[in-house]
Ligand binder design. Structure first.
Ligand code: ISJ
Length: 125
């Protein structure tokens, strides 16, 4: 990751990313914008973490895909998915996150994983 500190603002940026990019410039009080940018700094950290977490998860699921293909197991496992959804809905509720959103998010990821598994199985045939 290439990180630079902007001489003028002291802001860290990677790959030309401007953490102050906004369509709101000039429309709000500068103090409000400063508060907004401070909160967005944390949003950026969370988003970066999500990318790293997803990358690790997909590394794992690719391994599962290769294992399933080698042993001619089906790409999807509905029993496993149902248990994951139930668990994540419970965790979401405890964390004050909408369980329906948690379920939708998991389903979105799992459907991508299953497509990968189908592709790996097709390559193995
Ligand atoms: C990763 C697997 O394959 C599929 C994808 C899953 C997931 O992304 O969590 C879960 C179940 C399967 O439908 C698995 O069987 O563990």
């Amino acid at each position: 990751m290439s990180e630079q500190t902007d001489a003028g603002t002291g802001q860290q940026s990677e790959g030309g990313y401007d953490p102050h990019a906004s369509s709101l410039r000039g429309t709000a009080d500068p103090a409000v914008l400063e508060e907004l940018y401070a909160i967005r700094g944390s949003i950026d950290n969370v988003d970066a973490t999500l990318v790293y977490l997803l990358a690790e998860r997909f590394k794992c699921t690719q391994r599962v895909g290769r294992l399933k293909a080698e042993h001619e197991l089906p790409p999807s496992d509905p029993g496993r998915e149902a248990a994951q959804i139930e668990r994540l809905r419970r965790l979401a509720a405890d964390a004050d996150l909408d369980p329906a959103f948690a379920e939708k998010f998991l389903n979105f990821i799992v459907s991508e994983v299953i497509q990968h598994h189908r592709a790996i199985a097709a390559e193995n045939r």
